[in-house]
Design a protein around this ligand. Structure first.
Ligand SMILES: *Cc1c(COP(=O)(O)O)cnc(C)c1O
Length: 410
């Protein structure tokens, strides 16, 4: 790790390097700041250029010693050039396929960093409030190192995600109410019992550093190009801010002059951040009665709306924008991604492709521009949502005649 400190995102005061989530002076979130000017820029450039795996970025990750690193081979996911959808939309479209992470979602990046920092602090029990992917992911990393793990999920979380977390041996806490209720309970438990809290909002200052690595990978996978747009489905939006921070670092170290414009996407049944963007507001209001097929991004931000405001600042600073998409648009994009690109993702992830279609139509994304969709989670994670809409297929007698009759093959 390069020299780094915890600094308050609100008042700018420094805070002790410890398992702490809020500034002791003003109560705002903390963030990791590196002493960039004390780093050897040429050496960092070389490290970034020559990186072969996630932990090769360790100079810009907050884990104090390699001994503490807990890894399952996260990151280093493919950047797929679009086979068809980009051509149809006349844009240069790519998919950063985060479904290839060890537990099937990008959450392995923030969790690998967060749990490794926790380990370096001597913590042996970790927790997370999650809409499912974060839970399954943390459960895996905790199992890898023999830690205890409690995951807090809204009771509506899809069964496959809960089962995945459970198989890794985590204690499953299903919470009545929406994601925000799970968030509050995990926070109270972590503070009471001194657990490491890896909830993937801006709460834990270390996890966002794992999200950053998506930016480094994209940049080198595109032969040192910064895309014009990066499209990100938003929960609280730490991933979006993390990716943007990664590009800011690439610029700082002299690898590029250009920063991408960040597009945040939410479902119109739970869109607190996009609503504020559209109203040109700088603060965010919690969403009442969230309801969407995109469970992975269904975060009403109730009790921590300042997280949404942080994401808004990142989107605006980048010259980006925010988009709402309907559940119908999401499911259509999900099927298109599977059928035209062979990328099978969960609804939350398909929201980004739905947004690209919308923004091209609106003329915000222009012809030939370079666009990267972050495909955040695997389709098998929420398999029920495609099973219920698939017509059941009748079985046939095992002979060619029956086959040809039913499928009209001639
Ligand atoms: C967590 C998650 C997101 C949103 O990430 P945030 O950093 O919370 O904004 C998007 N897609 C999927 C599949 C997720 O699991």
């Amino acid at each position: 790790m390069g020299k780094a400190a915890l600094v308050c995102s609100g008042c700018g005061k420094g805070a002790m390097w410890q398992n702490r989530y809020f500034c002791p002076a003003c109560g705002s979130h903390l963030e990791v700041r590196y002493a960039y000017d004390e780093m050897d820029a040429r050496q960092i450039r070389e490290e970034l250029e020559n990186a072969r795996s996630f932990w090769d970025y360790r100079s810009l990750l907050p884990v104090p010693e390699p001994k503490a690193e807990i890894t399952l081979g996260e990151g280093n996911t493919p950047l797929l050039k679009s086979a068809r959808l980009g051509g149809q939309l006349d844009v240069d479209l790519y998919f950063k396929d985060e479904t290839r992470n060890p537990t099937g979602a990008f959450k392995d990046r923030p969790n690998a960093v967060g749990i490794s920092v926790a380990k370096s602090m001597g913590i042996r029990t970790v927790t997370i409030a999650s809409t499912g992917n974060g839970a399954a992911s943390l459960a895996a990393y905790a199992a890898r190192d023999g830690m205890d793990c409690y995951v807090f999920v809204p009771y509506t979380t899809p069964a496959p995600k809960v089962a995945q977390a459970s198989v890794y041996g985590a204690q499953i806490v299903r919470v009545k109410g929406d994601y925000s209720k799970a968030y509050q309970l995990a926070l109270a438990a972590a503070q009471n019992f001194h657990w490491g809290n890896l909830t993937s909002t801006y709460l834990n200052p270390f996890t966002l550093e794992g999200d950053k690595t998506i930016a480094y990978e994209i940049f080198f996978q595109m032969n040192r190009q910064t895309p014009d747009w990066i499209v990100v489905p938003l929960g609280a939006g730490a991933m979006l801010t993390g990716i943007y921070k990664g590009f800011q670092e690439l610029r700082l170290f002299g690898l590029t002059d250009k920063l991408p414009r960040m597009i945040g996407v939410q479902a119109d049944g739970c869109a607190p951040i996009i609503r504020a963007f559209e109203r040109d507001e700088s603060s965010v209001q919690a969403w009442e009665q969230p309801q969407t097929v995109a469970g992975g991004i269904c975060d009403p931000l109730d009790g921590y709306t300042e997280d949404g405001a942080w994401t808004l600042r990142s989107m605006r600073a980048s010259g980006g924008c925010g988009v709402m998409v309907t559940d119908q648009e999401i499911m259509q994009a999900l099927r298109q991604l599977a059928q035209k690109e062979a990328v099978f993702c969960e609804p939350a992830s398909a929201a980004s492709q739905a947004a690209v279609c919308k923004l091209v139509q609106k003329g915000i994304i222009k012809a030939k521009e370079t666009v990267v969709d972050i495909i955040t989670g695997h389709g098998l994670k929420d398999i029920e949502c495609v099973m219920t809409t698939q017509k059941s297929v009748d079985a046939i007698e095992p002979d060619l005649k029956a086959l040809c009759e039913k499928y009209k093959i001639t």
